[in-house]
Design a protein around this ligand. Structure first.
Ligand code: ADP
Length: 446
């Protein structure tokens, strides 16, 4: 038998193989198509066939039985679909026994293929992958409406196959991107880490300068400005390293202790007292409800509170106030401590509030690193999430903001399980209305 050359076209075969559909498992969505063809055309068999150079594979079939049904393929010499592929056109056989092209095809004798109507599966770039066909075991006259239905369904199948190919391609790209991104982050983390040592050396040297001789007032001012900027840079490096550690799921970074919430707030307030005094901001006394101890990483939660208090001071004009309150919500296992840091400062617009916890976001783009690096709230969010808690804010633009953090009293219900499951943090129940992960809630107002 003469096998037409178009069947072997290298670009067609390459397109077929790229899709990894030969020998693909059965697919219910495609099986519905062949079943539909058989029922609509009242044919005993319907096939969705991919045609390779030496075999045809039934991506889906309806009505086949025996060995062929099991194997889901035949050698190419049994194929009627090869003629569809060879010409990229429908192939119609009303009676194979007298058809010049297929009368000696073994499928006619051995598989009882007597009538055949097949249409091509043509990709958008013009490659014929195979055929959608109906088969009968007795002679029949295929009608134009039979061919119309086959053509419509073939187009549907091609769209479906294209979508799958796109999905597979995107999945592959995503995996490559993830690998690159991980490598990029690791390189960035190492670079940031390496900045720490020279910076510490630089700061120490600057601190020693005044001991080496009398300095003019200008020199002293310059040195203290350098020290302030250096300290801000060091804080930035520390925040970045911790954010990276938490994003990598490095939960061992947390050191859990049971601590009184008031102690956390006191420690934080002490650290910002000078900052507030410098700017003539009043730090109002802590407002305490009845609270119980909380299980947290003492140092990190203190740093979160310092971040919130420092922001409050930074974004409030002299003469304003910044205060902290501590309350408890829920009972027994669902008990949680809520810290609120309130200021009478600039306030935050709702549109900004929704993205304020994004890494690197600064609402005032012209601010210097010393004033604002846009990392503090990202750090707070990550730390609070790692404790199974949440962070949100309420703000009236022009009047002030209150940042809330809610921490379950027992922190992670079982933070010991983290030794097995990195970031699979079992979170304590959240309050109604409160979104997970530091998202803004509908309590944001302007
Ligand atoms: P940073 O303080 O280093 O800029 P943050 O992540 O802490 O970084 O804050 C991001 C931005 O959110 C700040 O640049 C500021 O514009 C805004 N912001 C944060 N806290 C307050 C606040 N209490 N009042 C007004 N704006 C704030």
């Amino acid at each position: 038998m003469h096998i037409p050359n178009a069947l072997f076209a290298p670009d067609r075969l390459a397109s077929l193989h790229q899709r990894h559909l030969m020998d693909a498992p059965k697919d219910p969505a495609l099986d519905r198509v062949t079943e539909f063809v058989a029922r609509m055309l009242r044919a005993p068999v319907a096939l969705l066939t991919l045609v390779d150079r030496d075999r045809q594979f039934f991506l889906s079939n309806f009505g086949l039985s025996g060995l062929v049904a099991c194997a889901r393929q035949t050698p190419i010499r049994y194929s009627f679909c090869q003629y569809v592929v060879a010409h990229g056109e429908p192939f119609i056989v009303n009676d194979a026994r007298v058809h010049p092209l297929v009368r000696s095809n073994p499928a006619t004798r051995e598989l009882n293929v007597v009538a055949y109507a097949g249409v091509p599966l043509i990709t958008p770039d013009g490659k014929t992958l195979g055929a959608l066909s109906a088969v009968d075991i007795k002679p029949r006259q295929w009608k134009p409406k039979d061919m119309e239905l086959l053509n419509a369904l073939a187009a549907h199948v091609v769209t479906e196959l294209e979508l799958r190919a796109k999905k597979a391609e995107l999945g592959k790209e995503l995996r490559t991107w993830q690998v690159n991104e991980t490598e990029r982050l690791t390189a960035a983390r190492l670079t940031v880490h390496d900045l720490r040592t020279p910076l510490t050396g630089l700061l120490l040297s600057l601190e020693m300068l005044p001991q080496m001789g009398t300095l003019t007032k200008d020199q002293e001012d310059l040195i203290s400005m350098c020290l302030r900027t250096g300290a801000a840079l060091k804080k930035l490096i520390d925040d970045l390293l911790e954010i990276h550690a938490l994003e990598r799921g490095d939960m061992f970074a947390l050191h859990w202790t049971s601590v009184a919430p008031s102690r956390l707030a006191d420690q934080a307030i002490e650290q910002v007292r000078a900052l507030a005094a410098n700017k003539s901001i009043e730090l109002t006394p802590i407002v305490m409800g009845e609270v119980r101890d909380v299980e947290v990483d003492d140092e990190k939660i203190t740093r979160v509170l310092v971040n919130l208090l420092a922001n409050g001071i930074k974004f409030t004009t002299p003469g304003g106030r910044v205060g902290t309150s501590i309350t408890m919500t829920g009972e027994s296992d669902s008990a949680a401590i809520v810290f609120a840091v309130k200021d009478t400062g600039l306030g935050i617009k709702t549109s900004d509030a929704r993205r304020i916890f994004n890494q690197g976001l600064r609402l005032n783009e012209s601010a210097s690193i010393e004033e604002s690096a846009g990392l503090g709230l990202t750090y707070c969010k990550r730390i609070i999430e790692a404790h199974g808690g949440s962070i949100w804010l309420e703000s009236v633009y022009g009047k002030g903001s209150t940042f809330f953090i809610r921490i379950p009293c027992r922190g992670l219900v079982s933070h010991k399980s983290l030794f097995n499951s990195t970031l699979k943090v079992k979170r304590a129940p959240r309050r109604k209305n409160e979104k997970q992960g530091g998202e803004i809630t509908d309590r944001v107002q302007t």
